[in-house]
Write a protein that binds this ligand. Structure first.
Ligand code: ADP
Ligand code: MG
Length: 214
């Protein structure tokens, strides 16, 4: 698969939303160790809102699809992570020319713009023990993917995000509620970074499933 059209992208986002909702217990557990334990709930609320918003709609372009996804999250999640995770989707298509489909290079560019928006909004840099520690390496891994398939793109992004999650165990926390723990957060992975890894894992799983059905 080298190109994803808008209806397929909607399907992919809905598939990912389901996976995040299913991962609520895991994300709750991860956030309980160093945060306040609400990350799983917040993400499940956000992606349930996304499912409800997208379900009955038909989109003709990626721009509107991503905008509605981000707005559904922003309007339902609240808190720091509502702003942060909606920024991935809203930032991805901000100022982008209207596209009915995207190739791997365009998708990588969208995610990079999402990452830039997250960093602008939240002020976190790599090493601050946030979702940036998974999203930035995933974007870096996708940069070198020109001309490859979506299967390859998402495999590289997932692998990089996974490594990023592992690395968050070594960092003291600077953002979110975990920041009160500072050094004591060392040894535990970041919840938001874990969500990013799950998102790319779901994208990868979706591509494999689509290919099997071809
Ligand atoms: P809260 O911190 O309000 O309880 P959640 O538990 O839902 O929100 O989400 C926490 C996650 O949000 C953290 O694990 C981290 O990855 C991410 N996060 C928090 N603040 C920021 C920020 N300023 N920039 C990037 N990510 C952030
Ligand atoms: Mg929390």
């Amino acid at each position: 698969m080298n190109i994803i059209h808008t209806p397929q992208m909607k399907d992919m986002i809905l598939f990912m939303a389901e996976r995040i909702i299913e991962s609520k217990p895991l994300l709750t557990e991860v956030d309980s160790r160093i945060g306040d334990g609400d990350h799983g709930i917040g993400m499940a609320v956000g992606f349930t809102a996304v499912k409800e918003k997208l379900a009955g709609e038909e989109y003709s372009d990626i721009n509107q699809l991503f905008r509605q996804t981000g707005m559904a999250m922003l309007g339902s999640m609240g808190g720091a992570s509502g702003v942060i995770f909606s920024s991935v989707f809203l930032g991805a298509v901000k100022g982008m020319e209207v596209k009915e489909c995207v190739d791997t290079k365009e998708f990588a560019q969208m995610m990079r713009k999402g990452l830039d928006t997250v960093k602008q909004r939240g002020g976190a840099q790599p090493g601050d023990k946030t979702m940036v520690d998974a999203l930035e390496p995933a974007c870096d891994a996708m940069d070198s993917c020109e001309g490859t398939s979506f299967g390859e793109l998402f495999q590289r992004a997932f692998d990089a995000a996974k490594k990023g999650v592992e690395a968050t165990k070594n960092y003291p926390a600077k953002f979110g509620r975990a920041k009160c723990l500072m050094e004591r957060a060392i040894g535990f992975q970041d919840a938001g970074a874990t969500s990013v890894m799950l998102m790319f894992g779901a994208f990868l799983e979706w591509v494999k499933k689509e290919k099997a059905n071809e």
